[in-house]
Design a protein around this ligand. Structure first.
Ligand SMILES: [Zn+2]
Length: 484
């Protein structure tokens, strides 16, 4: 929804613009007209006088709303559900918390995810949705949640037409009866490519507005679980409807090895041969890219989405982000599903993105900086979503988050960028605007009823887990067997 009035954010203690000069302005104003930033700096008094709304920002640091470029809203129910679990066992846990969900459970999980994001200053998300096969009714449910939330969202519909091979343990790794039960559970069954492409196109017709707040995108679960026909079909759909393409890519070493065996080249080179490696494509993880893949990503404008928390939490690896940035690759960042990172507060991901790889490289000049991390969550996310966001400059959408300086994390005020990445937790957010519309006031979400969502979520979660108790039991037995 576009605001139709004029908003003036007046005299901000600091504005971290993320503009082309990476300017941080002190004591400056932001003028917003019809949802778009009209002026930044000292707004002349005659223009200021015409503003319908004025926000006194003397005690505020203003940043672009953050972009969470890889999340899974159905996993909002799975936060805090496990600890010592590898990637495969985690995939099974996820089934227990997401399979067989009703439209109401899907809508509520998405709103719960939005609540976390809005409260911590994130205004846009790529939701790689859902875990399993889906219906149009389920897409309607998640789209309804985003329309209600006031957030900017791309519903990236997760599809695959080949077996989810990496979810099954290698033969002989576990007791035969557990192995048989896992295969009998049949949770992630592939569907034919033409059916999937038709389903995604139908969802695009219903919910995709290239100029709007909610968009839909084809989103292969992972290229290794897709035929070439499906991958090429996704690219054609995206071009036909001006949409992005999103996927998981090279999250584990095993995935990289499978790609080399299957194609005789790297997964990234194979995508390039199919014509999918373009600036429409954003891919989560990209931990196990080959060295010579990195310049190719830069050349094609493809956007890796760094997920430092889930990469490390599941023991998958540390992505070569510093090398990507030095090679000119545009990188975005995401929280991934809540059980992987723990929550949707992007500040945690930014901090980890900055420090996680430092022990591997003693050359200080090579380290990911706080500015790099913040750029991933703003300009990088904007590139992944192909929208005019992530920067406080005239002509950009007015997606803004205001942080209260009167908090322990901002006292005393040093360098706003370092302090945002290293100290802020998301708890100082006081006002949030999306396309000029206020969606958080006094630290509370105003676009929907926070309390009602929290109460509803507990009940929906209990019902879902009762329905999926066999899957939960199975996933716990697999996790226990993995530890043995
Ligand atoms: Zn993911």
């Amino acid at each position: 929804m576009q605001g139709t009035d004029t908003l003036l954010i007046r005299n901000a203690a600091a504005i971290v613009t993320m503009d082309d000069e990476s300017r941080v302005l002190r004591g400056a104003d932001i003028l917003v007209q019809d949802g778009t930033i009209a002026a930044v700096g000292a707004v002349p008094p005659e223009q200021a006088a015409r503003a319908a709304r004025v926000v006194d920002a003397r005690q505020r640091v203003v940043l672009p709303g953050l972009v969470n470029a890889h999340s899974h809203s159905p996993l909002a129910y799975a936060k805090g559900s496990y600890d010592l679990v590898n990637h495969r066992a985690a995939l099974w846990m996820f089934q227990a918390f997401t399979a067989n969900a009703t439209p109401d459970e899907i809508r509520c999980a998405a709103l719960l995810n939005c609540l976390e994001m809005l409260r911590t200053g994130t205004t846009a998300v790529i939701d790689h949705f859902p875990e399993q096969g889906f219906t149009l009714e389920q897409v309607d449910a998640v789209a309804a949640a985003y329309n209600e939330s006031g957030m900017r969202a791309i519903i990236a519909l997760r599809i695959f037409d080949e077996p989810y091979a990496d979810i099954y343990p290698p033969a002989g790794a576990f007791p035969p009866e557990l192995d048989a039960e896992l295969r009998a559970a049949a949770v992630l069954e592939p569907r034919p490519a033409p059916d999937l492409l038709a389903l995604v196109e139908a969802a695009i017709h219903r919910h995709h507005d290239p100029a709007g707040m909610v968009q839909v995108a084809p989103a292969p679960s992972n290229p290794m679980r897709c035929t070439d026909a499906l991958l090429a079909g996704c690219q054609q759909l995206a071009e036909r409807h001006d949409a992005i393409v999103h996927c998981h890519l090279l999250e584990t070493r095993v995935q990289a090895e499978i790609a080399h065996r299957r194609y005789g080249r790297s997964q990234i080179r194979h995508l390039d041969r199919l014509g999918v490696l373009t600036d429409r494509l954003s891919c989560a993880h990209v931990i196990w890219a080959d060295d010579d893949d990195i310049p190719l990503l830069a050349e094609r404008g493809t956007i890796p989405v760094h997920n430092p928390e889930s990469n490390v939490r599941g023991g998958s690896g540390v992505a070569p982000i510093a090398r990507m940035i030095r090679a000119g690759v545009t990188v975005a960042i995401g929280a991934d599903g809540s059980p992987s990172g723990g929550n949707q507060a992007m500040q945690h991901s930014l901090r980890l993105a900055t420090i996680v790889a430092r022990p591997q490289d003693r050359e200080v000049a090579h380290w990911v900086t706080t500015a790099d991390a913040l750029r991933m969550a703003t300009r990088g996310g904007a590139a992944a979503m192909r929208q005019r966001i992530g920067c406080i400059a005239p002509g950009m959408a007015a997606d803004l988050a205001l942080y209260d300086l009167r908090s322990p994390w901002w006292t005393p005020l040093n360098d706003p960028v370092h302090q945002f990445v290293y100290s802020e937790t998301g708890a100082s957010v006081r006002e949030v605007f999306v396309a000029g519309r206020q969606v958080v006031a006094e630290g509370r979400v105003t676009a929907f009823d926070e309390q009602a969502v929290l109460e509803e979520a507990q009940g929906r979660f209990d019902a879902l887990l009762r329905r999926n108790h066999r899957l939960l039991d199975l996933s716990r037995r697999l996790a226990a067997a993995t530890l043995r």
